[in-house]
Design a protein around this ligand. Structure first.
Ligand code: PGA
Ligand code: ZN
Length: 422
């Protein structure tokens, strides 16, 4: 079997928002491996920068940078040397946030190297990455309503997700979430509020204000014949960066301005009233005092509730260290393109484990049919995965790949219950 990379090219393909994105294709003998960069719409200030053309979101500069500087460095390399290649990519870029060659160029390359190594070894990626035999499936966070930057600010909360905490296995988890999704469709249709979907396939919220979506979600869980909290809980991505203004929070859908302290109170009120167990980015990434204050309040409300850092920590091991040290988070999203290489994303995940917080492997709002994140979540044994809704091909590609993987695991894809909070 040949592991030496002997051909490397990049091309522009299209993502789920119809925007170009870079795909890298490598060959080692007859083996082919591809990597595709996803794209975020609500990004953290410290994540890897995308290299895009001035017009039309183009990636021709990214593809040109690949051809001129990265491809020559890859030819002849052993595709199993992931860490060495990633270190080389970081050195070639030589900027703190990968802005010269582009985080998109780097992650597409890094993922292509990984896929080539798995294919050359004749293994599916999840098995190639796994370090143990008794593998379990992650718990999926599945979006049912989309807001914020994914729905032109129609509501301020970005992701209203369901978390099938009581589901014993992957097929049941997906089935429960699909039932809730369809129940909500029925409720919205009956009320004349069914309008279509946001960027990740969750319903576009035609509602009176932010709290209404929480009310609707509980109603949908009950209508699906499931018990709120015990079977299916709510996970919220507040993505508060998007509506932080002048040291406070401006909620357009509620026509209300909050100080940091008032905003934390408001969120806590919602968490008391609704079965919310995960809250992502409750405050802006630079509002660490209120981030911490909200975590303390949330811990007092419910023993199993957790704060998730996304824009706050941007898949960066050092930022995860600092956030844990400052008492801000109980979990962190792991988005490979926020880091720029698979080696750095894996280091961030390992750092979560060493701090006893939960890593959540996550897709972006701009995605393709690529299923790599599902393989990473299983191979790395992440406790949770976040991919968007249960509709739209770029989302179902991942969930359905999970069904295929689950079939091959002992017990048909048992979901490991989340450990107690630390
Ligand atoms: P993004 O949103 O991919 O648009 O950044 C996802 C998230 O905030 O978790
Ligand atoms: Zn987020």
């Amino acid at each position: 079997m040949q592991y030496r990379i002997d051909s490397a090219r990049a091309r522009a393909i299209y993502d789920s928002r119809g925007r170009p994105t870079i795909e890298v294709e490598l060959r080692a003998g007859t083996t082919v491996g591809r990597g595709i960069a996803p794209a975020g719409a609500s990004t953290g200030a410290f994540e890897a920068h995308e290299l895009r053309d001035p017009l039309h979101y183009g990636v021709s500069r990214a593809c040109a940078a690949f051809a001129a500087e990265i491809a020559p460095a890859l030819i002849g390399a052993d595709c199993r040397d992931q860490q060495r290649i990633d270190t080389r990519l970081i050195a070639l870029d030589a900027t703190p946030q990968r802005s010269r060659l582009g985080g998109n160029t780097l992650i597409a390359t890094s993922l292509a190297v990984l896929q080539t190594a798995a294919a050359a070894a004749g293994e599916p990626l999840w098995r190639h990455l796994a370090t143990q035999n008794d593998l379990t499936m992650p718990l999926p966070e599945i979006q049912i309503i989309g807001g914020g930057a994914h729905a032109q600010g129609r509501i301020d909360l970005q992701d209203i997700m369901v978390l099938p905490v009581g589901a014993p296995d992957w097929p049941t988890a997906l089935q429960w979430c699909a039932r809730v999704y369809h129940s909500l469709a029925g409720i919205l249709a009956d009320a004349g509020q069914l309008r279509g979907v946001a960027d990740e396939g969750g319903f576009w919220p035609d509602v009176a204000g932010n709290e209404a979506v929480l009310e609707l979600t509980v109603a949908a869980i009950e209508k699906a014949g499931l018990r709120p909290l015990d079977d299916v809980a709510i996970s919220l991505d507040v993505a508060a960066n998007q509506f932080a203004r002048d040291g406070g929070y401006h909620l357009r859908a509620d026509a209300a301005n909050f100080t940091g302290a008032q905003w934390v109170e408001q969120l806590a009120r919602w968490c008391r009233r609704y079965p919310i167990v995960l809250v992502e980015d409750p405050c802006a990434e630079d509002d660490r005092a209120h981030y911490a204050a909200f975590r303390t309040q949330l811990h007092g409300l419910r023993g199993d509730a957790r704060i998730v850092g996304d824009d706050l920590v941007v898949t960066n091991a050092a930022r995860i260290d600092q956030a844990v040290h400052d008492g801000l988070i109980d979990a962190a999203l792991i988005k490979p393109n926020q880091a720029g290489t698979i080696t750095e994303a894996h280091a961030a995940l390992m750092r979560c484990e060493s701090h006893n917080i939960l890593p959540i492997v996550s897709a972006r709002s701009g995605e393709t049919e690529d299923t790599t994140v599902m393989h990473l979540a299983v191979g790395w044994q992440a406790p949770l995965i976040k991919v968007g809704s249960i509709t739209r091909g770029e989302r179902t590609a991942k969930w359905n790949e999970g069904l295929r993987i689950a079939e091959q695991l002992q017990g048909g894809g048992v979901i490991r219950p989340l450990p107690a909070r630390h």
